[in-house]
Ligand binder design. Structure first.
Ligand code: FMN
Length: 363
C-alpha cells in the first residue's frame, strides 16, 4: 500500500501511536523475506553515481535515516529495504528509561513540521546490542547514536557515553555522539569547547582501547550538533575535527531547534522543532561548519528535507551525506526514492560531475 493511502489513517492517530505502529509493522516485515524483496524492489534505487565512501565505509547512496525513528533497533532489519543508504539507530542511553510524560510528539501538517520532547525513551544499550547482534547482516552502514541517561549528573556524562559504547562497539559501523537534544536537561552544555574536549577524549580513548582488545579498527566518531549554535561556537567545534590528532571524524548537522520562526506563530508546544521550518537554519550551520573545516571533514546534513531540491540544497551547503526524519512523516518512504532518482540530474544540470563537486558550492 502506498504511503499516500496510509497517511490519512496514520494522521487520525496520536503521532507517537502512529510511530509505534509503523515500527511494529517494519519489525514484522523484517522477518518476512518475500515482503522484504517486494519493498526492496519498490523503494530501492540502484545507481552507481549515488554511491559514496567515507571513513572506510561504503554507502550505496547518500540518503540515510536520522536518529530518533528507530531508537531500539526494532526495525533495523527492514529499514534498508526502504531505500536508505544508511541508518542511524538511537539515541541509545546506557540504561533503560521512560522518557518524558506523553503527549510528547506533535505534528503540524500545514507547516510540514514536528515538535518533539521525547527525552530519550528507550530500552537501554544492552537490549539494543542484543537486537543488533541478531541481524542477519549490514546491507547498509549502521550508525549508533549515543546519549546520556536523564538521571546521570552532567559531570559524569562521559561515563554514560563510554558505558554505552562498550556495550555497542561490536554492532555499529559508526558512532554518533549526541550532545544536541534539547529534551535532556543540560545536555547541550556539553557542546561547549572544553566540555567537548573532555567528553570526546574519553570516548576516543575507550574506542581505541576496544579496538585493540577486539583487534579491529576503532569506530568512526561523529558529533551531532544543535542548529542553535552561533558561528563562533561552530568555528571552535569545527577545529576539533582538524589537526594531526582530530577528536572527531565528522559531524551530523543538525538536531532539532528550540527556536520558533516568527513567521509561523502556531508552533507553540515546547521541545525541538524539525521539518520544513528547520531547513534554512540547519543549512546555515552546515555551511559554517563546511567553511570552518575547509571542506575537509564529512558532514551528514539533516534538518527539513522534504524534497529532492531540499536535499540538493544541503549538499550545496556542504553536506556529504544526508538524513531524513520529519519528511518521512509527511511524505513516507517515497521521499527517499524521489530524492535518489532526482539528485544526479540536479548536480549534472549545474555542471558538477558528481556529488563531491557539488558539495559546498553554496557555502
Ligand atoms: C520524533 C523525533 C524524535 C527524535 N529523536 C532523536 C534522537 O533520539 N536522537 C537524535 O539525535 N535526534 C533525534 N531527532 C532529531 C532528528 O534525528 C533530526 O536531527 C531532526 O528531526 C531534523 O531532521 P528532520 O527535519 O528531517 O526531522 C528526533 C526527531 C524527531 C522528529
Amino acid at each position: 500500500m502506498s504511503y499516500g493511502l496510509l497517511r490519512p489513517l496514520l494522521f487520525t492517530l496520536d503521532p507517537e501511536r502512529a510511530h509505534t505502529l509503523s515500527i511494529a509493522a517494519l519489525e514484522a516485515l523484517g522477518r518476512m523475506p518475500q515482503s522484504m524483496a517486494y519493498l526492496t524492489k519498490h523503494y530501492s534505487v540502484t545507481d552507481p553515481r549515488l554511491a559514496q565512501d567515507f571513513w572506510g565505509l561504503h554507502f550505496p547512496n547518500p540518503v540515510g535515516l536520522a536518529a530518533g525513528y528507530d531508537k531500539d533497533a526494532r526495525a533495523a532489519a527492514a529499514l534498508p529495504a526502504l531505500g536508505f543508504g544508511f541508518i542511524e539507530i538511537g539515541t541509545v542511553t546506557p540504561r533503560p528509561q521512560p522518557g518524558n510524560p506523553r503527549p510528547r510528539v506533535f505534528r503540524y501538517p500545514a507547516q510540514q513540521a514536528v515538535i518533539n520532547r521525547m527525552g530519550f525513551p528507550g530500552e537501554g544499550a544492552a537490549a539494543v546490542a542484543r537486537r543488533l547482534a541478531a541481524l542477519p547482516g549490514h546491507p547498509v552502514p549502521i550508525g549508533i547514536n549515543l546519549g546520556k541517561n536523564k538521571d546521570t549528573p552532567l559531570d559524569q556524562a562521559q561515563d554514560d557515553y563510554v558505558t554505552a559504547l562498550e556495550l555497542l562497539f561490536h554492532y555499529g559501523d559508526y558512532l554518533c555522539i549526541n550532545v544536541s537534544s534539547p529534551n535532556t536537561p543540560g545536555l547541550r552544555l556539553l557542546q561547549g569547547e572544553e566540555a567537548l574536549r573532555g567528553l570526546l577524549s574519553a570516548v576516543a580513548a575507550a574506542n581505541q582501547r576496544l579496538a585493540v582488545q577486539h583487534q579491529r579498527p576503532p569506530l568512526p566518531l561523529l558529533l551531532k550538533l544543535a542548529p542553535d549554535l552561533d558561528n563562533d561556537d561552530l568555528n571552535a567545534i569545527g577545529g576539533l575535527a582538524l589537526g594531526t590528532e582530530p577528536l572527531v571524524d565528522g559531524f551530523v548537522a543538525t538536531n532539532t531547534t528550540v527556536e520558533r520562526p516568527v513567521s509561523q506563530p502556531g508552533l507553540s508546544e515546547s521541545g525541538g522543532l524539525s521539518g520544513a521550518p528547520l531547513l534554512e537554519q540547519s543549512n546555515a550551520v552546515i555551511a559554517q561548519l563546511y567553511r570552518a573545516t575547509q571542506g575537509q571533514v564529512p558532514i551528514i546534513g539533516v534538518g527539513g528535507i522534504l524534497s529532492a531540491a531540499d536535499a540538493y540544497a544541503k549538499i550545496r551547503a556542504g553536506a556529504s551525506l544526508l538524513q531524513v526524519y520529519s519528511g518521512l512523516i509527511f511524505r513516507g518512504p517515497e521521499l527517499v526514492r524521489e530524492i535518489l532518482e532526482a539528485l544526479p540530474g540536479l548536480w549534472l544540470k549545474d555542471g558538477y560531475p558528481d556529488l563531491a563537486h557539488a558539495r559546498g558550492s553554496a557555502a
